[in-house]
Design a protein around this ligand. Structure first.
Ligand SMILES: Nc1nc2c(ncn2[C@@H]2O[C@H](COP(=O)(O)OP(=O)(O)OP(=O)(O)O)[C@@H](O)[C@H]2O)c(=O)[nH]1
Ligand SMILES: [Zn+2]
Length: 366
């Protein structure tokens, strides 16, 4: 016993850093889903479940062009406080990016730190834009990080919403929400038959080949399955590998949003990888002259990107994450063994696998 005290166990630096990080950084989970799917029910459920966390809930009620107000409830020991948090600008993609973070940071100064932040976006907001504003590099010194995106669909109306044909150029928001999700709740399973549920599951799967699907009633879900996912950092490398081995590509009913995956041997320089990703993310930028089209001449749009890549000067696997024109490379702890097999997953509209794969192959070192 005494000997133990004399000789303290050495803790590797990496572990120390990770612990420190997880102590001071606060996860944000984005909860999205079509109108009436069960998002608020989920939030209420989370707030009343035993979790020993101090959770801040932010509900976006972004009105049409009106001033943005956020209703904020802080739950502590079952008590609910409500407070209005006002943001000056309604534009999600640009200025709210700073305001949104700032507002939360200010609030934490006033109220003390939270352990967790849940953000419910309305059925109309583009969760990709919301996600990107919370997906801030650690270097920026933010107190919060994006942990994951949870989408809720209504089992009864999901097919109708997901398969609805939009006029050319318009996005099916319900499908985009599924495309972005790390975890998807098929809620209100009490309202559908086994067959209907099976159909919803297969359409969801055809849109997003990576998403973890859970079925719920009244949004009741095991919280460990939706919180602390680390979906946007290098800790997700294991799950990405698993998904690659289990997911097989499905042919989509509505060809607009699909998941495209490919694997290519080789390695790439840092610079060429950045060029490739920038090119891919510029695909949706209609004003950009290099805007790459699919075989039918329609512009591709990447909603979510994940990949495991081999950089020519790195022993470790590097994970690539992208959402809404933001992307990030992060070195993992996992060393390559044997031949280096790059794995890429794209979720988006009008994607053409061959073109994306060729583009990636030409970025690889020869
Ligand atoms: N039958 C059934 N009803 C449910 C279930 N979950 C939620 N509801 C009901 O569905 C309605 C909508 O739920 P909300 O949680 O408010 O949905 P929401 O996604 O927050 O809706 P908006 O904020 O309007 O977009 C409510 O009346 C809920 O009580 C379920 O599993 N089964
Ligand atoms: Zn709601």
């Amino acid at each position: 016993m005494e000997e133990d005290e004399d000789c303290p166990e050495l803790v590797p630096i990496i572990e120390l850093e990770r612990n420190e990080e997880s102590q001071c950084k606060i996860p944000v989970t984005i909860i999205t889903g079509y109108l009436g799917a069960g998002k608020t029910t989920l939030l209420n459920y989370i707030l009343t479940e035993q979790h020993n966390k101090r959770i801040a809930v932010i509900i976006n009620e972004f009105g049409e062009g009106s001033a943005v107000e956020k209703s904020l409830a802080i739950s502590q020991a079952g008590e609910l406080y409500e407070e209005w948090l006002e943001l000056r600008n309604g534009c999600l993609c640009c200025s709210v990016k700073d305001n949104g973070l700032k507002a939360i940071e200010n609030l934490m100064q006033k109220k003390g730190k939270f352990d967790y932040i849940l953000l419910e976006t309305t059925g109309l907001a583009d969760p990709g834009a919301v996600a990107s504003m919370f997906w801030v590099d650690a270097e920026l010194g933010s107190d919060i990080y994006l942990d994951g995106i949870v989408s809720v669909v209504d089992a009864k109306y999901a097919l109708q919403h997901l398969l609805e044909e939009k006029p050319e150029g318009l996005v099916n928001e319900a499908a985009r929400q599924v495309a972005l999700a790390d975890v998807l709740l098929i809620n209100k399973t009490d309202l559908v038959s086994t067959k209907e549920l099976e159909d919803v599951r297969s359409v969801v799967r055809s849109i997003n080949g990576l998403v973890k699907i859970l079925e719920t009633q009244r949004s009741r879900v095991d919280l460990t399955k939706i919180l602390d996912l680390h979906a946007f950092d290098s800790l997700s490398v294991k799950s990405l590998q698993d998904k690659f081995t289990t997911s097989n590509s499905h042919q989509h009913l509505d060809k607009s949003i699909v998941t495209v995956t490919f694997e290519v041997f080789g390695n790439v320089t840092d610079e060429d990888l950045h060029l490739f990703i920038q090119c891919v993310f510029a695909l949706q930028n209609l004003l950009w002259e290099k805007n790459v089209k699919n075989k039918s001449g329609v512009s591709m749009e990447v909603i979510r990107l994940k990949g495991l890549v081999a950089l020519d000067n790195k022993q470790e696997q590097v994970i690539v994450q992208g959402v809404h024109e933001l992307y990030d490379l992060e070195e993992t702890q996992v060393k390559w063994e044997g031949e280096k097999l790059n794995r890429m997953v794209f979720i988006g509209r009008h994607l053409d696998k061959d073109i994306l794969k060729q583009l990636f192959e030409s970025a690889l070192k020869r």
